[in-house]
Design a protein around this ligand. Sequence first.
Ligand code: GEK
Length: 244
Amino acid sequence: MSRKKDAIYAGPLSEIVDFRFDERVADVFADMIQRSVPGYSMLISTIGVLAAKYAQADSHCYDLGCSLGAVSLVLRQRIAQPGCDVIAVDNSPAMIERAQELLARDTSANVPVSLACADIRDVVIENASIVVLNLTLQFIPPAERLLLLQRIYDGLRPGGILVLSEKIAFDEPERQQFHDALQQDFKRANGYSELEISQKRTALEKVMIPESLATHRQRLMEAGFPFVDTWFQCFNFASLVAVK
Ligand code: GEK
């Protein structure tokens, strides 16, 4: 993937508007996410390991909120079961356009990937063995999250999995501060300035709403999943797997 440097919040902005996945963001997204999310590469590669194990023959695999298609690429590369395809969905036209180019360049595997520019709340989930929400649910209003998870549960085959990765919040202020401070250190270590960190945080405030691991776990169980576990956490980022 191209790694054009993210400098969107580098200069002082007179007004900080709510964060949007527009052309400017899509253009630098590969760099932005690597430098902002501790463990991002590990999330992507391990989703490939989970998919290799849980994909079922003749089923659909969904990458919901696909951005540039990093998850779709690893699904396509790791799934060996016959008759599978990947359905990648994002509601940002700029992301879908670039994902199309990046996927076209990858000729390493023959699992077909189809891209759709749509809202994940409107997508039909059916005959699925793998559904991935990698850092996407946090952008859906909390009141709408349960319904989406129930639709995913209904569309999964028995034995199928949902992988849910999120920025997480903590109930105890001390833990919140501890993890926030370390994520900021991670961003500083990756070259982001204090101004960039603080302007980006303001832009995301109303758009991205993290919840606690306990809230996610409880909601997944309410949606119907009998098995839910956390398989990854690095500071304030975590990933859960829920098995139907
Ligand atoms: C990765 N999974 O690289 N419908 C469809 N797409 C949406 C919606 C929605 N309602 N809301 C947000 N998005 C990717 C990273 S990024 C995470 C996911 C981040 C899309 C949005 O356009 C963006 O591309 C993506 O969800 C979230 O593994 O930027 O922190």
